[in-house]
Design a protein around this ligand. Structure first.
Ligand code: BES
Ligand code: MN
Ligand code: ZN
Length: 513
């Protein structure tokens, strides 16, 4: 382990802010102008730009809508080789609209393969916001740009020559109005941290099964924890046997790549109290085990450790921002495979909590590993628990890939979490948790069964996990729809999104004391 408090600021581009005009160090290759509709109508834009804007608005080629971009090739290459107009929408703006605009700007800029990007913004942009704060604007713009600029790693023989954007410079031409610089510094710092954590989650989730086994996931966790000076522990199969983690062991027993249980501790408060447990599903590949999935689309099951990835992403955000909160991160990691040693439908498993499970479908493996994960989080001092998992196909039927489904035993806790999600722009939607749903988990021969039937399957799957919270305030997040997209959308790319890193971090920061 490296020394306590060592800080590295995530693997994202440098972002800076300047007032008083284009900074001297810029190469001026790509200039992005962030334009608010109101300013375009009033003609309060750079004088060289006025004739263009009039034409563009008249022809409706560019009207300043959020997500709209327009590349202006300038014959005399002034004030830059290429200018990209980016719409910021109707005044007043929301922070989320700025986030989306910045993501659109990043995507447009990447096509030109610049080394650095200049982004001209209105002075005191915070005053354009509903939320009215420069710091929020800076956070949203930074985060949106970095997330929008994300590209999945490719593994082709020919290495790409372009290495990505190295530096992003936000600026305006007015003089600093005093507080602005501090506010921008704070906003950039938190925006970069949220983006770095999200990108870490995306990178891990996008790794195929042959490049990320439970053992590899353990190594990635150790590397991340050590980078930020956090305490970390990885239990191997023998340790799991000793701890009687019958759930994780059963799911992992069919694979030649044995399971792991990863724990990372972030202590931001004097005492180890008020600990939030984050438990992430870490199935590095889900074949369905002996209840084998059909072949089409099975490759997407590389994302079945998306919950684990998001938990690690949150730990990175905490490692960078160092808020005064306590978190125990727990990741049960396994590969769900069919084989001569795999768990069999009908098997009765004994979890760490002592509860037994009648295992009726080997493809309902997530809840089984998470059961032991939740118990472990409790044993490590958690007083509330958030579990996050690509848990059910049923959540896709209910919400599509638009919203993360939530299940809870504590309405107030969930409401505060949904409030946080409104700041980050990630959608979270609650599912009902009536006692009749809990009753569906019963088994004739064990404490629980893991296949309560098709009806209400996203709810019962969540409640199965909640059983192991044993009355602690608990939220379950089903990200099966939102963790991995078939096409890019908003700040998210095709493939892994790192969903919920930002919302969980936001909730933790909002509930700092
Ligand atoms: N990992 C899957 C859920 C999933 C489906 C994630 C689609 C991402 C996209 C999970 O382990 C699973 O297989 N769930 C089954 C449970 C059923 C057999 C009770 C499901 O939802 O079909
Ligand atoms: Mn499964
Ligand atoms: Zn699964």
């Amino acid at each position: 382990m490296i020394k306590e408090g060592a800080q590295v600021d995530g693997n994202v581009a440098e972002v800076i802010w300047r007032s008083g005009g284009i900074p001297a160090e810029s190469d001026g290759k790509v200039l992005i102008l962030l334009l608010v509709k109101k300013d375009m109508m009033n003609g309060s834009v750079d004088s060289w730009l006025k004739p263009y804007i009039q034409n563009l608005m008249q022809s409706r080629l560019f009207e300043g809508e959020v997500n709209q971009t327009f590349v202006l090739p300038l014959p005399d290459r002034k004030p830059a080789e290429t200018v990209i107009l980016v719409g910021a929408g109707e005044h007043p703006l929301t922070a989320h609209e700025l986030r989306l605009s910045a993501a659109a700007a990043a995507k447009a800029a990447l096509k030109l393969q610049p080394d650095q990007v200049l982004i001209k913004i209105p002075a005191s942009i915070g005053s354009y916001l509903v939320e009215g704060r420069n710091e929020l604007a800076a956070h949203a713009l930074t985060e949106g740009f970095l997330l929008g600029a994300y590209e999945r790693a490719v593994y082709k023989r020919e290495k790409p020559v372009y290495e990505g954007i190295r530096k992003v410079i936000f600026y305006h031409e007015e003089a600093d109005v005093g507080q602005e610089e501090k506010e921008w510094e704070k906003g950039i710092r938190s925006g970069r941290a949220y983006a770095a954590g999200t990108i870490t989650a995306r990178d891990l989730t996008n790794l195929p099964g042959n490049m990320l086994t439970p053992e590899d996931l353990g190594e990635a966790a150790v590397e991340l924890a050590q980078r930020y000076g956090l305490e970390v522990e990885v239990l191997d199969e023998a340790d799991l046997r000793e701890k009687e983690m019958g759930g994780i062991l059963a799911v992992g027993q069919g694979s030649v790549n044995p399971p792991r249980l990863i724990t990372i501790k972030y202590q931001g408060r004097e005492d180890w109290e008020e600990v939030t447990g984050l438990v992430g599903k870490g199935i590095t590949f889900d074949t369905g085990g002996l209840s084998l999935k059909r072949a089409p689309g099975m490759e997407e099951m590389i994302s079945d450790m998306g919950g684990a990835a998001s938990v690690l992403g949150v730990m990175e955000v905490l490692g960078i921002l160092r808020p005064q909160v306590n978190v125990i991160a727990v990741i049960p990691a396994a590969e769900n495979m069919p084989s001569g040693s795999a768990m069999k439908p009908g098997d009765i498993l004994t979890t760490r909590s002592g509860r037994t499970v009648e295992m009726l479908n080997a493809d309902a493996e997530g809840r089984i590993v998470l059961a032991d994960g939740v118990t472990h989080a409790k044993e490590q001092g958690a007083v509330r628990i958030i579990d996050i998992a690509t848990l059910t196909g049923a959540i896709l039927s209910a919400l599509g890939d638009i919203a993360t489904g939530a299940v809870t035993n504590d309405e107030t806790f969930l409401q505060s979490f949904i409030y946080a999600s409104k700041q980050t722009g990630e959608r979270v939607w609650p599912l009902p948790c009536y006692s009749e749903y809990w009753a569906m988990l019963k088994s004739g021969v064990a404490d629980l069964n893991n296949r309560p039937g098709r009806n209400g399957a996203a709810i019962t799957a969540g409640l199965f996990i909640g059983t192991f919270a044993e009355g602690l305030p608990w939220i379950h997040l089903d990200i099966a729809g939102t963790a991995y997209l078939s096409r890019e959308r908003g700040v998210d790319p095709k493939g892994a999104t790192g969903v919920m890193v930002r919302t969980i971090a936001q909730w933790l920061v909002e509930n700092e004391s």
